[in-house]
Each structure stands twice: as C-alpha cells, then as structure tokens.
Design a binder for this molecule. Structure first.
Ligand SMILES: [Zn+2]
Length: 392
C-alpha cells in the first residue's frame, strides 16, 4: 500500500506538471500547493488513497446501480480498476464510459475542483458517476496542502483573464465551502437537475461576499483601480504586496476607494444569515418546549445555508467525528462552547473537559440519536479510507 501511494502520487504529480505545461505555465507552478516530497517524518499527506472492493452485503442493500454525479475536490484523481465502471459527463451533458477500453495497467485521470480554481476554469472539473459499484479499484486523490493558498496569479501572469469568482482562498476554507455546498445539494436532491448543475459549478453567494482568508463578510470592501474588490485579511495582503491577487495589477494604497455597493450587499446578506441563525435557534427552543406541537422542521427551511448552524451555544451534542477526529472524542457527549465560521463549532467533552473544533456534520443532537443499526447503515460500505505518509 505504501508503494501504491508513492507510485500513484508520483504519477499524479507528473500529470499535474503536464497540465501546467499544456497551459504554457512552468511545470512546477503548482508544486508549492502540494505536500513536501518526501514528507517529513510523522507528517500525514493531505492526498488520499482509497481502496474499493466488492462487498456481498452491498448487493443485498438494494443500492441503485448508478451513483449520483460526483466531482473530486482536489487537483486530480487517478483510478486503477479491475473492471470498467466510471462514466464521465462531456461538455454537451452526455455521459460516456470513460474506462471502457482501459487495460490492467491503465489509469483514468479525472480533474477536480481545486485544479479548476487554480487554473481559473481553464481546466474544467470532471463530473463522473460510478456505474459498477462491485468492481475493485484503487483511487489516488492529489489534494492541496491544508495551508496552501489557491490563487490564479500564474494564470493571470500568463495573460489569461481571471474572473473574480476565482479569487485567492486558503485550501482549508475552499474545502469547507465545498462541504457546505455538497451538503446543500444533498438536502435538495429533489430539485431539478438543471439547478443542481449550477450548484456544482458556481460559488455560493456567501463565498462571493466574504473574505476568502477569514470568512468574514466584506463589510469593509475597498475597490482597486483594476476594478477588483477586497476586504478583511485579503485586503491587508493586497496592500502589503501592492499587487492585486486576481489580475496581478499594481496597487497604490492612495487609489483605494470604499466599494459601497458591495458593502451594502454584504451587510444585507450577513443580516439575513444572522436572522436565520437566530430563527433556527428560536425554533428549536420552541420545539423543545412545544412537546408534540406540530412545528416547522428547520432542516426543511428554504435556505440551504441555514443548516450550517444547527446547534446553539450551551447545547449538548454527541461527537460523531470524522476520520481526522482523535478516537478519544468519538462517541463522547459534549457541550457547544462557541460557534465559528462555516458551520464549525468549538465543543467541550463532558467527561474529560477537553475541547475540540468540529464541523456541524461531525456532531449530532443528543435528542435525535438513532439506534446503532441505523447509524451503521448510513456509513459507506465499499470505501476504505486510508492515508499513508509517503515518507515512512
Ligand atoms: Zn485586479
């Protein structure tokens, strides 16, 4: 497995270099966004190797044969499999079997959201779906380092036009935003497929109206001579570098003007966000007191953004965790101590008193606990997540 991780990692890096060369960029232009190679001892790579194998249980669970369309969040994905089973959507919206002609030594390459972002959309994200769930496969996902800043300056330096939606963003914030988006999509699975498509390809209103580095709304937005606007930490960075991070144009601090229109919109959306937050908290409180009274379910509220803050400070929750959560916290009861950006919470374990920062999806209301068997059914059966430090 170690060898497979290293070997596929090298192949993925080579593919990324080839993509850079094809865009007439330096071949190492994206290297600083990746983990160091070799990785320092004891450091975990942000890239992933997934192993899927056929699973008898799976055949009896009545699973639909074709999965919902998916996109990779990272730079790119390499798939080796023993049977064909991945369809890719072409630019005309037609699905075709992408690995139909591949042999045992072939790899299928799919491009991801982070690559689309750092190339300002010049390399589009592959939309794919699995048509054969019972095949065995190895999937390598080349991911950006968590502390990398995804920006398009090499693309604009090469003379390409960079739309404002591709502004610089930290990789961790980028992944958080995608998580929230995907969650919103899964809550709207009955929406017509056209609107789902727009969810996948367009940034959210909140992400456009907030500082990509801090997540704060752009209530202090300033507009540069080039027309691009910034606020918060990114504005500081732009002034420090005296360069626009989107078009690389020169910035003279004396020529900055407040962007009043953008500030006004950011303020209105922030107020709506706050009101929804307050409304949801009040609704939950009423529901608790209401005892059987029929009330609206907050999960069905019309805005997908509302679900990012399902808990209030002081509420008792159960830590479900994800694969990065230390074992000692999993399954423990905790109390919400504060609410952070993008659906993150600081929680304190009831028994040990230790604190940990977790996203809302890793937490569960104590009152809504499901029986153990229900919970197990919701977990993926076919994928075995593994992360290997490539150095060891
Ligand atoms: Zn600019």
């Amino acid at each position: 497995m170690d060898d497979a991780f290293r070997c596929l990692g090298e192949a993925a890096r080579a593919a990324l270099s080839a993509i850079a060369r094809h865009l007439r960029l330096r071949t190492n232009v994206f290297d600083h966004l990746l983990d160091d190679t070799p990785l320092p001892f004891n450091e975990v790579s942000s890239s992933e190797l997934l192993v899927a194998y056929s699973n008898q249980q799976h055949l009896h669970s009545g699973h639909v044969p074709t999965s919902a369309p998916q996109v990779d969040r990272g730079f790119l994905m390499l798939v080796a499999s023993d049977h064909p089973g991945i369809e890719v959507c072409d630019p005309n919206g037609q699905w075709y079997l992408a690995d139909g002609l591949s042999g045992p030594g072939d790899l299928l390459l799919l491009t991801g959201r982070a690559l689309s972002h750092v190339t300002a959309g010049l390399r589009q994200t592959s939309r794919y779906r699995i048509t054969n769930e019972s095949r065995g496969s190895l999937t390598f996902r080349l991911m950006p380092r968590a502390n990398a800043i995804l920006d398009c300056s090499p693309i604009s330096a090469a003379g390409h036009c960079v739309p404002q939606m591709y502004q610089s963003i930290s990789a961790s914030q980028f992944m958080d935003d995608l998580c929230a988006e995907e969650h919103a999509i899964s809550n709207h699975s009955e929406a017509p497929s056209g609107s789902q498509g727009s969810f996948v390809s367009e940034p959210s209103l909140r992400s456009v109206l907030s500082d990509p580095l801090s997540g704060a709304f752009l209530e202090d937005a300033m507009v540069l001579l080039c027309g691009h606007s910034f606020g918060g930490l990114m504005l500081k960075k732009v002034i420090e570098m005296a360069r626009c991070t989107i078009c690389n144009g020169e910035v003279d601090p004396a020529t900055l003007f407040p962007n009043l229109a953008l500030r006004a919109v950011a303020t209105v959306v922030k107020m709506e966000d706050d009101r929804r937050l307050f409304h949801n908290a009040a609704l939950r409180k009423r529901r608790k007191e209401g005892n059987g009274e029929l009330l609206l379910d907050t999960e069905n509220s019309p805005s997908p953004r509302g679900v990012q803050y399902p808990f209030v400070v002081g509420e008792r929750v159960l830590i479900m965790g994800n694969r990065r959560t230390p074992d000692k916290f999993i399954g423990k009861e905790a109390v919400i101590t504060s609410q952070c950006l993008n659906g993150w919470y600081l929680v304190k374990a009831v028994d040990s008193g230790e604190s940990i920062r977790l996203q809302y999806r890793s937490l569960k209301k104590v009152s809504e606990l499901q029986p153990q068997s229900e919970m197990r059914r919701l977990q993926p059966l076919t994928f075995l997540h593994n992360k290997y430090p490539s150095g060891s």
